[in-house]
Design a protein around this ligand. Structure first.
Ligand code: NAP
Length: 313
């Protein structure tokens, strides 16, 4: 359960600065961050501030490299004002280059995740057949567009016809499957991609993962980016993929964007260039006020978001 609290703002120490938070990010990973099941980061402590990426404006500073009126993106938390030091900040941004909110979605951690996984693990070749789950979502839609930039054929999986339409009209997918309206997803994929799937960027796990794995091409590359379609505990048992990987000489690899934070600025610059050229767009689903953050998290975990889920403060 989340609770709101009001506290006095502490005095700044040397090398700290005070950021007025303008947008906070809502991410499926938060389900794991507030659970005590083993994960890649410490759980948010009881009565601690909810961990979150955010974008904000510096309004007071004791750090010579972070000046008042500059805009930053980083770990600001679900709060109106955030006292941080340099270690919590990913980049400074220029608000003239893109709307502030875009720096949390297509130009933010989700865009960075998409780029890191697709380029480093999928290693795309022109004409590769690429399948993406949560195709209309923040990470998925970025992967879909990157795959088109790299000359691939894209197949998106999503849960509604409305999202499927957006996938085609905004994100340029070649094919989209509403997995909730397909009785036999594996067979549907076989018809659309008879020669098999070269890259699989998976954000969900579970039955969608199983169906795609039945349709791999030889030398396929599979990115495990998210498991939102599976319970974290108890760990579900599914088909054993050992023989599939062997026969298809396929590679499967887990992705954690936090491993790429030292490349953030470099990847951001590439994404910004494509964004400027109109090759990358990002849908957003923005709610108002910090008090809407918990409900926004529930919304994303129910698949009801249409684009990057954000809260405007
Ligand atoms: N590894 C990393 O470093 C990293 C970083 C960022 C995000 N991620 C992962 O990437 C995935 C997408 O994140 P995002 O921020 O871009 O969110 P998103 O795709 O914008 O929103 C989440 C989407 O997940 C799908 N979903 C929700 N509940 C589901 C369920 N029970 N079964 C199947 N699908 C369900 C829905 O899409 P549909 O309606 O299309 O099914 C929903 O819209 C998540 O799994 C997230 O944890 C991983």
């Amino acid at each position: 359960m989340f609770q709101s609290a009001t506290n006095e703002i502490d005095d700044l120490k040397d090398l700290q600065f005070l950021v007025e938070v303008l947008y906070v990010s809502i991410d499926p990973a938060m389900r794991g961050w507030i659970s005590d099941v083993e994960n890649y980061s410490e759980p948010v402590p009881i009565n601690g501030t909810m961990r979150s990426f955010g974008v904000g404006k510096i309004i007071s500073s004791k750090h010579e490299n972070f000046k008042v009126n500059e805009y930053v993106v980083g770990w600001l938390g679900w709060q109106k004002f955030s006292i941080v030091d340099e270690s919590k900040i990913q980049i400074k941004i220029d608000p003239q280059k893109a709307p502030l909110s875009k720096n949390l979605g297509i130009l933010g951690l989700n865009g960075i995740t998409a780029y890191a996984g697709f380029i480093n693990i999928c290693k795309p070749n022109k004409n590769d057949v690429v399948v993406i789950t949560t195709a209309a979502g923040s990470v998925g839609s970025a992967v879909g567009q990157l795959a088109k930039i790299y000359g691939c054929r894209t197949i998106g999986l999503t849960s509604s016809n409305k999202k499927a339409d957006i996938c085609k009209s905004k994100f340029g997918y070649d094919e989209v499957i509403n997995y909730k309206q397909t009785n036999d997803l594996s067979n549907t994929l076989k018809k659309i991609a008879p020669n098999g799937i070269d890259c699989f960027f998976d954000n969900v796990g579970g039955i969608q993962f199983d169906a795609v794995m039945e349709n791999l091409n030889v030398n396929a590359r599979i990115v495990i980016c998210g498991t939102i379609g599976m319970p974290s505990f108890p760990i579900p048992v599914g088909p054993r993929v050992n023989r599939t990987l062997l026969i298809k000489r396929a590679k499967i690899e887990g992705l954690l964007v936090l491993d790429y934070l030292n490349e953030y600025q470099e990847i951001y610059n590439k994404l910004l260039k494509w964004y400027d050229e109109g090759k990358l767009v990002g849908e957003e689903d923005i709610s108002d006020g910090l008090e809407s953050a918990p409900a926004s998290l529930v919304k994303i975990l129910n698949g009801l978001n249409l684009g990057k889920q954000l809260v405007k403060l």
